[in-house]
Ligand binder design. Sequence first.
Ligand code: ADP
Ligand code: MG
Length: 238
Amino acid sequence: MAKIELLGIEKTFKDETVIRNLNLTIRDGSFTVLVGPSGCGKSTTLRMIAGLEKQTAGEIRIGGTCVNDVPPGKRNVAMVFQNYALYPTMTVRGNIEFGLKNRGMPGKERQSLVHDISEIVGLAPYLDKKPQQLSGGQRQRVALARAMVKQPQVFILDEPLSNLDAKLRNQMRTELIQLHKRLGTTFVYVTHDQVEAMSMGDEIVVMDKGVIQQADIPSKLYHDPANLFTAQFIGTPA
Ligand code: ADP
Ligand code: MG
C-alpha cells in the first residue's frame, strides 16, 4: 500500500504543455478515478506515475519517497492498459508467470502464486488455454493477473474495460471493486466515462485540458461541483 503525491507537475511535449500545475494526493488504499474528456491528459498522468514518461517539472512521491529518478521497474507500480497485448503462442499460465520467470522466482513459489491469483480472477480452469481460445473478458483478466503477480503497492489501470461490451463491462466493474477491497492496495483508474467513474471511485479527480478541475468524493462532486465544467461533466440536475 502507498499513497501517491503529485507536486507541481507539468508536462510539455515539444512546445505543447499538456499538464499544468498538477497537485494531487492519492490516498493510500483508495480507489481513485481520473476522469475527463479524451486528450485531457489522463494517460500522460498515469504514465508519469508509472515512470514511463518523465514530467517536465515537479515531484512525484510514492509511499513518501521521491521517485523522480526511480526507473519504472523499481517503482512497485503495475499498469494494465486498454490495449493489453498477450503473448499469442503462450498459454494463460505462461502469460501470467512470464514476468516472474524473468525475475528469477523459483518454480514452486511461482506455481503457487499463479494458482492463487488465477483463483481470485476466475482463470483457474483456463490456465492451459491459449489467448485466442478466451473471451474478451477472460483476456482482460489475464492482463489483470499479469499485473497482480508482481504484487505491486499501486495498480494503475488505463481504460481497461473500453474494449468490452456493455454487459461484460458492468460485470468487470463489480469484479474490480471487489478485487480492490480484497487486496487493499491503491488503485488509480482512468476512464472518460463519468458514469463508470461515479460508480467505481471512492475518490474522483475530474480533469480538463491538462488541469484538475476538482478532486473529491463522488457525493461532493455531484452536490457541490466546484465549477461549470465539473457540474456539466458529472451531470448535476438543473
Ligand atoms: P487522455 O488519456 O486524457 O486521452 P493523453 O494523456 O493521452 O490524454 O494526452 C494528452 C495530450 O497530450 C493530448 O493532446 C495528446 O495529443 C498529447 N500527447 C500525449 N502523448 C504525446 C506524445 N508522446 N507526444 C506528443 N503529444 C502527446
Ligand atoms: Mg488515454
